[in-house]
Design a protein around this ligand. Structure first.
Ligand code: ZN
Length: 188
């Protein structure tokens, strides 16, 4: 992306930040601790419809929870930055509940390794680079076919994760991105 195409969005963000600072200078801001007040860490999807929506739907305020966002709220088998973030939340920041939040209509349901690789090729990405990445993308993207199942799979992987201590509870739910209705996978 060139600087010219970047300019309009950066201009909007800068203007919004200026307005935010002016408003908070007048009204003041609450002091919020880095430790999650509800000892909660959420792993959810990056879907835009969940921005400023998931939190009020679950009654969460600023300072209540750590939130990790990754497409399809997936947990991989090896180490990645999702697991790293969970370890930091648990060991450094005193989280002891992990809640995986999937959502209906997740874009990952329609995204496959094939579709992603085809779009990368169309965008001019080097074929050799795509070929190298393809097995990883397929393993990740093609495993998501049903939101309830993939959310349950993330929960199961975290429950079985050998790096999380026994005092950490893991559960999952699915949110409707239009109504905010949340269904928990287990009857708790
Ligand atoms: Zn999603």
């Amino acid at each position: 992306m060139t600087n010219e195409t970047l300019k309009p969005i950066i201009k909007e963000l800068k203007a919004a930040n200026e307005a935010f600072l002016q408003k908070s200078a007048k009204e003041g801001l609450a002091v919020v601790d880095k430790y999650p007040k509800r000892n909660l860490v959420i792993l959810t999807c990056m879907d835009t419809r969940l921005v400023n929506f998931l939190e009020p739907a679950l009654g969460l305020e600023r300072g209540d929870a750590k939130i990790i966002k990754v497409a399809g709220n997936t947990v991989s088998d090896g180490f990645d930055s999702v697991l790293g973030s969970l370890l930091v939340a648990v060991y450094e920041l005193k989280a002891h509940t992990v809640l995986v939040v999937g959502h209906e209509g997740c874009g990952m349901l329609a995204t496959t390794g094939e579709s992603l690789c085809a779009k990368m090729a169309e965008a001019g990405i080097d074929e050799t680079a795509i070929k190298e990445l393809r097995p990883y993308i397929e393993t990740w993207a093609d495993s998501i076919e049903c939101v309830e199942d993939s959310t349950a799979q993330s929960v199961r992987k975290l429950k079985e994760c050998p790096y999380l201590p026994a005092y950490v509870n893991v559960c999952g739910c699915v949110i409707n991105p239009h109504t905010g209705a949340v269904s928990f996978l287990e009857d708790l």
